[in-house]
Design a protein around this ligand. Sequence first.
Ligand code: NI
Length: 174
Amino acid sequence: VLMLWVMGGLRHVTAPAAIGGPFQLTDQTGQTVTDKSMQGRPSLIFFGFTHCPDVCPTTLFEISEVLKAMGEDGDRVNAYYISVDPERDTQAAMKEYLSSFDPRLKGLTGNAEEIAKVLSEYRVYAKKVPLKDGDYTMDHTALIYLMDRDGKFVSPFNINRKPEDAASDLKPYL
Ligand code: NI
């Protein structure tokens, strides 16, 4: 959390910059998703990578539970999982990975440049960390961003509670 604000502060010393901005990415079905796609519905946005051992799968499970707890209203929420690891997170990898979670979750990926742009706009910290076997993992911001119907950042969204409680918190933004 600290990193998010520190990075913003470095780039904009006099006034805090808005979180978010224009992007164009591709979901796991090959559909183009842009910032314009967010309009008219609240969005939960989480950044991660499919090789993530624990934080990402846990969070995606929890988001799935919140969508379920919302019932049909869950159809009126954008839930985006945006890759911080475009090198490995191809559209096919996203499709395979997200088959374990709520089908309303969209896994967004793109080329290195497209991902770098969205990470910068959302002030997401993501860093490649080499592993001993030549493989690598990613350190990354694990916040869930709540954006309103106009695509404006509201606050980090707390998922560490009962899905019903998180769902009732989300409903006023529909
Ligand atoms: Ni992760």
